[in-house]
Design a binder for this molecule. Structure first.
Ligand code: GLN
Length: 272
C-alpha cells in the first residue's frame, strides 16, 4: 500500500464515522506518524507506507474516529505561524484569535510607537496570545495568568519553545496581578452561555476544557468580572482586546461604556 492509498483509505473511513473534514484530519495524522510535513509529505505520496508505522497509524486513526480533536492526538497546533504544544488541559488555539492578536499588535504599535507597553493576557491557556505578543514584539513586556496550573505549565513550555519571555502567574482572572501597571489587557475568556455547551460540536464539547468554554449563565461572566476587577490594577489599561462570542458585541460594549474609561470601542467581526 502506498502512502497515498493509506490517506485515501483513512479519509473514507473517518468520513464514514462522521468525522468532519476527514481528509484534512487524515493528512494531519499521517504527516505526524510519518514525521513529514507539507511538501515533503506530498513528495512521498507514491512511496510505500512503512510497515513499521502501521500500528501507530491505526491507533491514531481509531482515536480520531472516536471524535478526539487531531490537535490533541498529535499534541500541537500552529498559531500565528508558530508551533504550540496542546493537551486536553488547554483550549486548542483558533484562527479567529489570530485576529485579536493582530488587532492588539496594530493598536499597540499606534499607541506606543517607541515605548515598551506592559501587556497582560488573562486566561492564557496554551499561551497562544501571550507568547505570540512577546515573540512578535520583543520590546513589550508580557505577562499572563490562568486559574489552571496545568494550562500555565503548557503555556510556559510554549513560551520557552518559541523563545518568548512571558511572566506567568496562577490565579483567577486579574487577582494574581493586584497592584500591577498594565497598559494592554487582552483576553479570550470562556464566553459560551452555560446552556449552550450541550449544543456544541461533540469534538469541542467532549474534549476541550469546560473551564475554557463556559462563560456562566449569559456567557458574559468573565468580562463582567474582569472589568469589575480593574480597580486591582494601578490604572485602567489604555487598550483592551477581548475575543467575544457570537452576538455578544453589544452587551460587552455596554459593559465597557459603563466602566467608562475608553474613548473608542471597535467591534471587529471575524470569519467565524
Ligand atoms: N471559540 C471557541 C468555540 O467556539 C470558544 C472559545 C471561548 O469560549 N473562548 O469553540
Amino acid at each position: 500500500m502506498s502512502i497515498r492509498e493509506a490517506l485515501v483509505e483513512a479519509s473514507s473511513f473517518l468520513g464514514s464515522c462522521g468525522v468532519l473534514e476527514p481528509q484534512h484530519n487524515a493528512r494531519l495524522l499521517l504527516e505526524h506518524v510519518l514525521g513529514l510535513e507539507g511538501t515533503a509529505f506530498y513528495a512521498a505520496l507514491a512511496d510505500p507506507f512503512p510497515a513499521s508505522s502501521k500500528e501507530a497509524w491505526e491507533a491514531l486513526i481509531s482515536r480520531k474516529a472516536a471524535g478526539e480533536p487531531a490537535q490533541y492526538i498529535i499534541g500541537r497546533q500552529e498559531f500565528y505561524g508558530r508551533p504550540f504544544a496542546v493537551s486536553p488541559a488547554v483550549l486548542i488555539p483558533r484562527p479567529e484569535t489570530e485576529l485579536l492578536v493582530e488587532a492588539i499588535l496594530q493598536h499597540g504599535d499606534h499607541l506606543w510607537p517607541n515605548g515598551a507597553p506592559q501587556a497582560l493576557d488573562i486566561g492564557a491557556g496554551s499561551g497562544a496570545i501571550a507568547v505570540t505578543l512577546a515573540a512578535e514584539r520583543p520590546r513589550w513586556r508580557v505577562a499572563a495568568g490562568d486559574i489552571s496550573a496545568a494550562a500555565l505549565e503548557m503555556a510556559a513550555r510554549n513560551a520557552a519553545a518559541n523563545g518568548a519571555a512571558v511572566e506567568f502567574r496562577e490565579g483567577d482572572l486579574l487577582t494574581p496581578f493586584a497592584g500591577a501597571a498594565v497598559d494592554i489587557l487582552v483576553s479570550n475568556p470562556p464566553y459560551i452561555p452555560a446552556a449552550d455547551i450541550a449544543g456544541l460540536q461533540p469534538e469541542v464539547r467532549d474534549h476541550e476544557p469546560r473551564m475554557a468554554l463556559d462563560g456562566g449563565p449569559d456567557g458574559l461572566g468573565p468580562y463582567r468580572a474582569m472589568l469589575e476587577q480593574l480597580g486591582l490594577l494601578q490604572a485602567p489599561p489604555r487598550l483592551i482586546g477581548f475575543e467575544l462570542g457570537m452576538g455578544q458585541a453589544r452587551d460587552v460594549a455596554a459593559l465597557l461604556e459603563q466602566a467608562g474609561h475608553w474613548k473608542t470601542i471597535l467591534i471587529v467581526p471575524d470569519l467565524a
